[in-house]
Design a protein around this ligand. Structure first.
Ligand code: BF8
Ligand code: SF4
Length: 630
């Protein structure tokens, strides 16, 4: 395989060649071994929901088998599958949020988890119906966590909706009957509605999917973000380095991979322990070097400046450097292949969650009640492994880039306050940003988010789309693995103004920001919802009326389907660079890419060519501008 076709990232190309020479297998080799992937599955027309099946129906109307044994059509089968993807994604994000709520619940003044952002805690307390006056801050934390935990499964009423939503949007949700009930209830309802013999109507199925997706974006993910900020601190701008070159030859390298910050935060704190540092020197290393992959990488980079080793496509390649003593994982986006790959090198692959045990891994269950000691134990294993390094197998690419990260909404407001014209703008708000959008200095904003997927040349679509946005004065916000692609390509650096049109250049100079703002992990897409909602409120518009678009150019996970669905349901057009498995159903395709606009004022675009997608994104932005300028 020609490595230059796999990814635009040079470190990835270099390590792919090393893996091949080492006889190690990677995702690209396994993709090639699969040869042609199943066309029925790809178009969403294979059903395994009951054991009368599996039933594969024809993706072409009027040609071949049109119905499964129960009579389900391609529309029914594809819409049910779509709904289950949304439920899978929403449950992953929401369970993450619930877990963080449990950590908040156990926070104590003398414990391992403490309150780092009291102001945020007090701000959110009212929403959760928690009185704060005269109460100890830890009691407030306890009460807020309990209220949120109870909201996940409450029997009556809709879930608690954050105040950043516009009133127009709430009305859209009510009118379309997608204002969600409790988070867990909606996911369970999808599992029920997609059971054999329930919903057999694509419109209703997508409608239920939208309800459920909203429990993710405005519920589970929102809780995950806000409570993480309260416990671990709200991110503020800082400089980081990204790409495989951050792995150090003479240090104990530990890769943090996964999603929830409760484990990774504790590893970061424990890595500073004098006992462990001495142990590292004792085994002949210069120290302990923590680096991150995927969303955990984003979480610890934003809050501690931990370097980013890479994104989704690079998880195996980190081990292939031969210089990783341990890869520590919790949940989500973790390749099962890592366990056997680690055995080809000296790496200890350590799983820590009951929800993500992997055969042949070393499992050390992380216990939040004994978090610090547990983290120390895990790091000790890594340090002790340094002497097992096979030096003849070590080769670390030198590639790395620097960039700015940590743009929480508080951080963005802090930067905007630098450009506040006190006659016209209120400090401490998004007003300058809103005015830049209305005046046209910024033509619009784009959220570029999501994964890598070997169906797409790695990082290529992310970078193409981002650069095109910048050149056209569209400010970009990024999260997840897209954010890491941007970091590696140098697009998070303030020097990236060289790619920008004059309007965006001016804004970046005045606010002292890069043109691409790293807003965090995938649960932190909730920060983008908050930002868009607040800007819309300032302008008295609905979110669907802003010149704002979303793109997931290289997405792969069910979480991305949930995100795309809640983003569209929130009124923001979403451009997918990998076609979702629905095209075997003309009706589902029509709903997602067309009819949704009538329902919620936004829709999906399926566009695999990033240059074409960027053109369409810009056209849509201009279309929306015409309305705000009128
Ligand atoms: O939640 S962007 S590959 S790491 S799913 Fe996974 Fe996709 Fe990366 Fe984070 Ni998000
Ligand atoms: Fe086949 Fe219907 Fe069963 Fe699906 S639910 S496997 S289409 S019989």
């Amino acid at each position: 395989m020609d490595e230059t076709t796999l990814s635009v990232d040079l470190a990835t190309q270099e390590l792919y060649v090393k893996a091949r020479n080492d006889g190690s297998e990677t995702l690209w080799d396994r993709k090639a071994a699969l040869k042609n992937q199943c066309g029925f599955g790809e178009q969403g027309v294979c059903c395994r929901i009951c054991t009368m099946g599996p039933c594969r129906v024809s993706p072409i109307p009027g040609k071949g088998v049109q119905k499964g044994i129960c009579g389900a059509t391609a529309d029914v089968i594809a819409s049910r599958h779509y709904a289950r993807m949304v439920a899978g994604g929403s449950s992953a994000h929401s369970d993450h949020g619930r877990h963080i709520a449990h950590v908040l619940h156990m926070a104590s003044r003398d414990g391992d988890y403490q309150i780092r952002d009291e102001k945020k805690l007090l701000n959110v307390a009212a929403r959760w119906g928690v009185a704060t006056e005269g109460k100890d801050i830890y009691q407030v934390a306890h009460d807020v966590a309990e209220a949120a935990l109870n909201d996940f499964g409450k029997p009556f009423g809709s879930m608690v909706i954050p105040p950043s939503i516009t009133k127009q949007r709430l009305k859209v949700w009510e009118d379309n009957d997608i204002l969600p009930d409790a988070i867990d209830k909606e996911v369970v309802s999808i599992m029920h509605a997609t059971h054999m013999g329930c919903t057999a109507d694509a419109e209703s199925m997508i409608n239920l999917s939208m309800r459920t997706s909203l429990t993710d974006g405005w519920g589970g993910s929102y809780i995950g973000t806000e409570f993480s900020d309260i416990i671990f601190g709200t991110p503020m701008p800082r400089e980081i380095e990204a790409n495989m070159g951050v792995i150090e030859k003479n240090m104990v390298n530990i890769v943090l991979h996964g999603h929830e910050p409760s484990l990774s935060e504790m590893i970061v704190v424990a890595a500073d322990d004098p006992e462990l540092k001495a142990l590292a020197r004792g085994v002949g290393a210069e120290g302990i070097n923590l680096v991150g992959i995927c969303c955990t990488g984003n979480e610890v980079a934003m809050r501690h400046g931990i370097k980013i080793a890479g994104n989704f496509n690079q998880q195996e390649l980190a081990i292939v450097t031969g210089a990783v003593e341990a890869m520590i994982v919790d949940v989500q986006c973790i390749f099962p292949s890592l366990a056997n790959l680690a055995q080809c090198y000296h790496t200890k692959f350590i799983t820590t969650s009951k929800l993500a045990k992997i055969k042949d891994a070393v499992h050390i269950e992380f216990d939040e009640n004994n978090a610090y000691e547990c983290a120390k134990g895990i790091i000790r294993k890594a340090v002790e492994n340094y002497t097992n390094r096979k030096h003849e197998k070590v080769s670390i690419p030198t590639h790395k880039s620097t960039g700015m990260i940590g743009y929480s909404n508080q951080a963005i407001i802090g930067q905007l306050d630098r450009v506040v014209n006190s006659y016209t703008h209120k400090p401490g708000t998004f007003e300058p940003l809103a005015q830049c959008l209305v005046s046209g200095v910024l033509r619009g904003a784009a959220g570029v988010v999501g994964c890598n997927n070997p169906k797409v040349k790695g990082d290529h679509s992310h970078i193409e789309i981002i650069k095109k946005m910048l050149a056209n004065d569209v400010i970009v916000v990024v999260t997840g693995c897209a954010a890491q692609a941007a970091a590696k390509a140098g697009l998070l650096s303030k020097d990236a103004v060289k790619y920008c049109g004059v309007g965006l250049q001016k804004v970046c100079e005045l606010a002292d920001i890069p043109p691409v703002l790293h807003m965090g992990s995938c649960v932190d897409n909730s920060r983008i919802l908050e930002l868009v909602g607040e800007v819309a409120k300032i302008l008295g518009l609905d979110m669907s009326e802003l010149p704002v678009v979303g793109a997931a150019p290289e997405w792969m996970s069910e979480k991305a389907v949930a995100i795309g669905t809640y983003v569209v349901s929130s009124g923001i057009d979403t451009f997918l660079g990998v076609v979702p498995p629905v095209t075997g159903s003309p009706e589902v395709t029509d709903i997602l890419t067309n009819r949704l606009e009538d329902w919620v004022g936004a829709k999906f675009y399926f566009e695999t060519d990033p240059a074409v997608a960027a053109e369409k994104m810009l056209a849509r932005i201009e279309e929306k501008r015409a309305k705000i300028e009128a």
